[in-house]
Design a protein around this ligand. Sequence first.
Ligand SMILES: O=C(O)CCC(=O)C(=O)O
Ligand SMILES: [Fe+2]
Length: 284
Amino acid sequence: MDENVQDYLFDLQGYLVLENAISAEDLDEMNRWIDDHESYVEEPWSANDNPRERSRWIGNVETHTYNEENGVNFQNIIEGGTVFERLIDYPAWIDLVKKYIHSSVNGLSIHENFLNVRGPGGYIHIHCGGHVPLSYLTFRQNNTGEWMVGQINVLMALNDIAEGDGPTVLIPGSHKCTEIHPRLNVDGRGLVYDGVSGKPAGTAVAVKEMYLKAGDVLMFTDAITHGSAERTNPGYRRTVVYRYSPRYVRERFNYQISEELLGRLTPERRTIIEPIAPRRPLAV
Ligand SMILES: O=C(O)CCC(=O)C(=O)O
Ligand SMILES: [Fe+2]
């Protein structure tokens, strides 16, 4: 797409769809990873009495969910194999992400990375929007108008996502909306996340369902009002999400990167995963 058109659309809508962004080989490798770990989708949790310690670990990858209906997140998936390392600076989106985050001054990091598998009845509540005063939901420098996007979500479709499959929903342009979305409005107070209605984001006013083919990528500012529709079809929706931010934003769960992965990463990838090297006294 012509760069001016792309910039205009990202500014106006707050999202872009990159069709056919992921190679067939890489898609196959990720889908095979899920097939190989099906038992974790069936049984994501251990029997621990403490709900915070119920997760299961696959090496350095951890099972997780924000709410049961969101499905299973395989957090820290960059530790899951070389294909997930390639995604860190994937050619289809890395230059766009760098431009919009303005990495020449802000650097670049990944705030959260996970693979999500979501079955029938699964969905996400509506969240975010232009009304939210979260520091990483910036979009442009107010004074000069330069790009200064605080978080870009790169959501990768690993299988086709059509009507009934629980597509991501978003409200185009809502990253600039001052009014609070009605479902996030509690007596004039704006919520970040709808933890009250118990309804899928797909039923909220003004949302657009984003249909994707396997290999397509939906790239959106986290400031946009979004969520997902309920999956009503049988089977599972498979996605990967990498959230890019300036280097000042911490990794969401503070996963400690394994020495093995750090040793394998190219210098470019290592700078994204560990933008500020740990500083310790010299060993004596
Ligand atoms: O799962 C979805 O479709 C939406 C994901 C989402 O809310 C996010 O990546 O920030
Ligand atoms: Fe989100």
